[in-house]
Every structure is written in structure tokens, then in C-alpha cells.
Design a protein around this ligand. Sequence first.
Ligand code: ADP
Ligand code: MG
Length: 173
Amino acid sequence: MTQPIFLIGARGCGKTTVGQKLAGACHFDFIDTDVTLQERAQQSIADIVAKEGWPAFRALETQTLQSVTAAQSVIATGGGVILAPANREFLRDNGIVFYLKAPVAVLAGRLEAFPEESQRPTLTGKPISEEVREILAQRDALYRETAHFTVDAACEPDDVVAQILAAIASVHP
Ligand code: ADP
Ligand code: MG
């Protein structure tokens, strides 16, 4: 199995954490589209959004996603990548897509514990748990329709990796 593995889900679901471990286990490269985008733009996502707006950021995100997609790669995506229909189609058509699904309380707890890793500007200015609830209400169906597999991301990172490896083994025995 050499197909790209895409990880999707809300901020804090563990795309970066799980993605690095999964890549290690598969001997694949690990790519984080948010990190690549910021390196190429030489500025933070917060600065890009502040200066150029969300649509400009979303366009860069699509470009980054497509350009980093390669065989033998685990690709962690930004939480909002599934908002664009073209991105959803691209993900499904170009690799195996995993939705790392976790309850609102788990996501909010992680984001509150590690605020420095929430690089995205807040979308609404509301308390974190309320914002996470609203975002998931808008996006959960899109994550599910884009993913080939949904995994429980509330457990330990190693267990999330094990679920993903088991799903891959079920389709590529
Ligand atoms: P994402 O890339 O999806 O935004 P991260 O991998 O950056 O999420 O994880 C956000 C925070 O939650 C980090 O501090 C990370 O250490 C922690 N974390 C991620 N996955 C888990 C997990 N399965 N169990 C406990 N904490 C986790
Ligand atoms: Mg991340």
C-alpha cells in the first residue's frame, strides 16, 4: 500500500500527533498542510487571514493540499479543508481518508490545555467549547462524507494509529 493517507477532523482531534506516529509506523513521509503553507507563505495562518482574508487562505490551502499529495505520505490537513467541495473530491479520489472523530468536550479540553498549538485565529470570538460545538455541528457531516473511514480519536494516539492500520489492512490485506 503506497497510497497517500489523509487525516481530517477538527482542530485538536490529533491530526498532527497521530499523523507523525502513523508515518513512523508505515515508513511514510509526514506532511502537515498548515505547516507547509506557513513555510511557503513565510507567515502565520493568523497573519494571512488578517491581511488577506479567509478566501485567500482557503485558496492557498487547496494549492498546498494538491502540491504535497504524493505516494507513501501521511498528510495532516487543516480543519476547514473539507469546506470546499473540490477539496472533498480531491481527498477521496487521491488517497485513503480518515476522519479523526472526538467529542466536543475532548476537543475543547485539548485546545484549552495547549492553546499555543491552536494556531488558527478564533472563528467567532466565543468561548472555546461553544466554538468547537458550532464548528462540529457545521462540519461533522462533511468530515463523515469525505472520509473512507471514521476512527475514534478520543483514545490514546497509539490506539488511534492502531485503528487506522487495521482499517488499511482490511482493504489492502
Ligand atoms: P490537530 O493537528 O488535529 O489540530 P494535534 O495533534 O495538534 O491536533 O493535537 C492537539 C493537542 O491535543 C496536542 O497538544 C496533542 O498533544 C493533544 N493530543 C492529540 N491527540 C491526542 C490523543 N489521542 N490523546 C490525548 N491528547 C492528544
Ligand atoms: Mg495539526
